[in-house]
Write a protein that binds this ligand. Sequence first.
Ligand code: SF4
Length: 451
Amino acid sequence: MLSPFSVLKKESSKFKSLNIWKQLKDDGNDLSWYLAVSTNRMPAKYLISKSILCNITDLTAATEERLWEEHRNLTEIFLETWKKVRSEKYDVTCNLDSGKTSLMDLNIELTKRMLKHCNFCRWNCQINRSVQSAGSASGEAKKQGTCQLESTSKVSSYFHHCGEEIVFRGTMGSGTIFFTSCNMRCSFCQNGDISTDKDNGIPITPYLLALMIWQLRMEGCHNTNWVGGDPTIHLHTIVEAIGMLDSLQMSAINKMKQYEYIESIKADNYVNRYNTTLKNSESAFYQRRLFNSPQLWNSNFFMSNETLHILRSLMDVWLPDFKFGPGKCALDLSRTPWYWDTVTNNLKQIHGWGEDLVIRHLIMPNHVECCTKPVLDWIALNMPEVPVNIMDQYYPDNLCDPSSSKYRERYNEISRSPTEEEIIRSYQYARELNLNFEALSYEKSVFKLIP
Ligand code: SF4
């Protein structure tokens, strides 16, 4: 019988040999940074961020303006360093144990400051989420933002996700963490129980979140997949958890009570948490000593520019969900203003930064002309080489499901699955635009209506 270490090593090499990498390379975009981190040939960006030293020693004493100024400077150094890491001219371990303040610490401090006037996403609610309701001195009801969250984050489930795109699910699954609540209000949401109920799930701390990441990666997951609802609204918890990853020790993770608590929401059967033979294995460590997992931002991309800049030095690959065209559909179906401008600006930025990304688009009934076509046109014009998953899996859910008591007649136009004609029309249009979509879309297609 193979040891767990040999099993994971074998799975990692199967993942590297998947045919999809060759297909994507032939199509001009093979997500090479993400793959290198996932297979531990390169260190995740958060390790690089930790090696960039900060000139401000007491971050809590500095003004937010000063912190952002330093952030701009350190981001430049980060980018130079990242380039050197990729050409193997930089040893990322050089400053990691120095105990000095780093770009990672600066990212954490900035998210704490942002939480006090929340501008994590485009709603820019400017409310102070760092004070809990019960702590309101005046006794007045505390103001809530669109996401209705305070500072505590809740996780609904975490697991090896075997339904994501092949590049993310690979052979061992994508290490997915599902947060509750959302900053959009999609009437058709297929995770409505999570996204519309802020109290679904268990409260977690950054440390518990770091344990989840650690466990999933040690069990062989190819990445850490931040999703919800939407992860943006939990930015502060996520960034702090990422900052703890390289210092978690096996002795710490063997704390039974903490594992019993988080595993109450673990939705799979992989259990390798106590297997110390995996320590320093090639499956989860860079240079056999630094815990390494590529960070995947799986989001509606309705985040603020500030959030995007924080994530730039932390995310190794991005999975934006580009849903609606430039008309009123985002407002009508998701009660979300400024959708088109926000998402296209964010997409342009990460593409301009040379990041690895895969764009998702869901074909919706009666929305091929107003949403699918403009979305695909925009991608063809701005980033034609980027891999796209055009999804045919829409079904009426949440407020659009005629068999549900939640159903609302005003969503009648999307209360059915897309027709064969709508799916084929969408694929044909993408083909006419010469988009890089076939490799990822067809293997995940539910109806297999390949034109
Ligand atoms: S995360 Fe977005 S929706 Fe929530 S309070 Fe902050 S700005 Fe508002």
